[in-house]
Design a protein around this ligand. Structure first.
Ligand SMILES: [Zn+2]
Length: 471
């Protein structure tokens, strides 16, 4: 499975919304690797966005400096968030990206033409609008732009796209997003501008092959990353031969990924992605995430204060598949204390303590009975890109094991009974460590260590309580 996240522009440091998509992709990658499937998990940064240029101007630093600094912050999420990506592509420095974008451009030449274009342009959105102000409410007035641009015959791909999406060869989830895309295409596709003047791009970006006065539109350049990062031997393996190519994207870029990108690929004679999962957005303390949202939107600050398990667990356990989710530090701490400290931590601690008290730390040879079978439910939920349902399915086993302790009361049993019930419970904790790994790799390793071997180590608390912690 080839799993990608979108590549964010890097006008600022990463926020919690970026962490959500990365953690979701990481769970998929770890889950499928564990099933023995070959996986390539790729993320990166959109260095060529005009927003990066504007942020550098506002800060008074060279664009290269700002882009390098912020891109490093995105790549640097790997360690604090326990991410397992295999490749990180930066569009301004990946050795094959520019040549790959040019290759795709040339391959679509039969669908490209020049046309005079006039419109009102928002630099903040990097998009044209019929009238001022832009819907996102950016402060600067829209610029009147009048120039000769390159256009792509998107209109030619209307029927092909409808067929691909309707028959599921291009699967878009959730269904409401698929219907949204179908309705957009059914309303009729107009050709789209895919270049701008080099002057308007401030000289940043990839020039149009054979027309250096024009720069390729940044979204074309950015979308191409899913293929250009594979230029060379990886292209055949991961873009041609791979059966499942999955893009994780936010709802704001659905049109680019589910309409423009597949049309570009059809035009270029390239295979298409097979699945697009569209997630909704996070708000923080009831507000849209922005640069001014402060500490609580900075994933690294949150990990420093609460630990990676608590941050990943909130993103996976509390964010619904459909609908926006509101993040607060109190919710994060509350969820971690309830599930990790009280639910999982208590379970493992009780089991290890009883194994020491009644069995001198020795794990019974017989594995005992098997509690809840969670693998099929986790797999089915992840096939639906329903991370919350998948996390809940793992939690069934925590709850089942805690109920088993209450029901069997090992402290009231004879030696044979204790061996049977504690064997069952150690087995359940070991299974939990395995099932948790895609979600909480760090916690899973701690659980595995706590219940590993034929003689268990002394019990130690696995999770500290987080209520009252503040960034
Ligand atoms: Zn705008």
């Amino acid at each position: 499975m080839y799993i990608t996240t979108t590549i964010p522009y890097v006008n600022a440091r990463p926020h919690l919304g970026h962490a959500l998509e990365l953690v979701q992709a990481d769970v998929l990658a770890r889950h499928h690797r564990r099933r023995g499937e070959p996986v390539r998990f790729q993320t990166g940064t959109d260095d060529n966005s005009l927003k990066n240029v504007l942020a550098a101007e506002a800060e008074g630093v060279p664009v290269r400096e700002l882009v390098d600094r912020n891109a490093a912050a995105f790549e640097g999420l790997r360690q604090p968030l326990d991410l397992s990506f295999d490749a990180f592509i930066r569009t301004s420095s990946h050795p094959a990206h520019r040549a790959g974008v040019e290759r795709i451009w040339r391959a679509t030449a039969h669908d490209l033409y020049q046309r005079h274009y006039e419109g009102l342009y928002c630099v903040g959105c990097e998009q044209f609008y019929p009238e001022d102000p832009c819907p996102d409410g950016h402060q600067a007035p829209l610029q009147r732009v009048s120039e000769e641009n390159w256009f792509f015959r998107l209109s030619r791909y209307q029927d092909a796209l409808l067929e691909l999406i309707r028959d599921g060869r291009l699967r878009i989830e959730p269904a409401a997003r698929r219907n949204e895309v179908l309705a957009f295409i059914e309303a009729g596709l107009a050709d789209i501008s895919i270049s701008r003047s080099a002057a308007r791009a401030r000289g940043w970006g990839i020039p149009v092959p054979g027309d250096p006065e024009q720069v390729i539109y940044v979204w074309w350049d950015a979308l191409a990353n899913y293929v250009t990062a594979l230029e060379g031997g990886d292209h055949d393996r991961w873009w041609v031969a791979e059966r499942r190519k999955v893009h994780l994207v936010g709802k704001g870029v659905i049109r680019f990924h589910a309409v423009y990108w597949p049309a570009m690929l059809l035009s270029a004679g390239e295979p298409l992605p097979t699945e697009i999962y569209v997630h909704d957005y996070l708000t923080v303390d009831g507000r849209k995430i922005s640069k001014s949202a402060g500490n609580s939107a900075d994933p690294v600050t949150l990990v420093d204060a609460y630990g990676v398990d608590a941050v990943r667990w909130w993103l996976l356990r509390d964010v619904p598949r459909v609908g926006d989710a509101d993040f607060t530090e109190a919710r994060l701490a509350g969820r971690a204390d309830e599930d990790l400290a009280n639910g999982l931590g208590n379970l493992v601690n009780r089991v290890v303590t009883m194994v020491h008290r009644f069995l001198d730390g020795h794990v019974p040879d017989a594995p005992g009975e098997r509690l809840a079978e969670v693998s099929p439910a986790v797999h089915a939920a992840l096939e639906d890109f329903d991370f919350r349902r998948a996390a809940a399915a793992v939690w069934e086993l925590v709850e089942e094991a805690n109920r088993y302790v209450e029901r069997t009361r090992p402290w009231q049993q004879d030696r044979a009974g204790q061996e049977a019930s504690l064997g069952t419970l150690v087995h359940a904790c070991r299974a939990l460590a395995v099932h948790l790994e895609p979600f909480l790799p760090t916690a899973a390793a701690r659980v595995a260590a706590a219940v590993g071997g034929s003689r268990l180590p002394r019990p130690e608390p696995l999770f500290r309580r987080l209520a009252g912690t503040r960034t």
